[in-house]
Design a protein around this ligand. Structure first.
Ligand SMILES: C[S@@+](CC[C@H](N)C(=O)[O-])C[C@H]1O[C@@H](n2cnc3c(N)ncnc32)[C@H](O)[C@@H]1O
Length: 245
């Protein structure tokens, strides 16, 4: 089922804010798994001369739809490819992903995250979503990444099914990759347990009324490792206060 325009609008909100600024540098954007291209349609009006926008879709049926829709649009570079084999000669300011991690083995999800992070510029934003009726995180390393790097989280009810939208801010991609490897090693590629998934939870309001979650508020993630600066201070980059996880 294609994503709703409400989910697309919220997913692209930060992109529209940054790319819509009157005075700005050029940006590079990467969209992964666009499906029928609803996010793409919302991103495109924000692209200006000097920006670069790559879109990578694996499925031939969806690629044909995308090609039909956007073939005359000079602002977009469409790639019919498996993201894991996509080797661009650039890094990105924004990575907007609809890749269905819940339908992939944990080992593939890990490869996707490695590749995504390797393609991030310092300060890049990764925007992605999960359907709320699926278990929240299938892989421990992914949960940990979101815990450490999520700068905004929002549930979009007007989507079928409703979706939980995350924005991760990656100031230092190398550090983030190291966190990923550490957590992947610790979890040994296993799926996250029911207990870990459904353990302590709570939430609070972030920017624009969005919901932000983090750990128990003791400055330590659930695995007892020292918390990130964000976890220790209880603050995210935009200054919104994080409440108990
Ligand atoms: C949940 S759907 C995207 C839905 C999209 N937001 C829409 O409204 O149509 C996930 C998409 O990811 C694509 N995909 C899955 N694995 C991929 C891969 N390895 N590389 C690129 N695209 C992939 C699928 O073909 C599918 O189009």
């Amino acid at each position: 089922m294609p994503s709703s325009r409400y989910l697309a609008r919220d997913a692209v909100r930060l992109v529209a804010e940054r790319l819509g600024a009157p005075q700005r540098d050029s940006y590079s954007l990467l969209e992964l798994g666009p499906g029928t291209g609803i996010f793409t349609e919302h991103i495109l009006p924000n692209i200006r001369h000097g920006d670069h926008f790559d879109v990578v879709e694996l499925n031939s049926y969806f690629y044909k739809i995308l090609h039909r829709k956007f073939r005359f649009n000079g602002d977009i570079c469409l790639h019919h490819a498996d993201f894991l084999k996509f080797q661009p000669d650039r890094t990105y300011d924004f990575v907007i992903s609809s890749l269905p991690y819940e339908q992939m083995p944990s080992a593939i999800t890990l490869k996707m995250w490695r590749h995504k992070l390797a393609l991030c510029k310092p300060g890049a934003h990764i925007i992605y979503y999960k359907y709320v009726n699926f278990n929240h995180f299938r892989s421990r390393f992914e949960k940990q990444l979101v815990r450490e790097y999520c700068s905004d989280e929002k549930i979009v009810f007007l989507n079928m099914p409703p979706a939980r939208l995350f924005t991760l801010t990656i100031d230092d991609p190398q550090e983030c990759l190291a966190v990923l490897e550490q957590d992947a090693k610790a979890s040994n590629g296993k799926f996250i347990s029911w207990k870990a998934r459904n353990g302590k939870s709570g939430g609070g309001k972030g920017v624009n009324g969005s919901i932000i979650k983090e750990n128990a508020g003791n400055g330590k993630p659930a695995n007892g490792k020292p918390g990130s600066k964000k976890a220790r201070t209880g603050r995210v980059k935009n200054g919104s206060r994080l409440n108990g996880f």
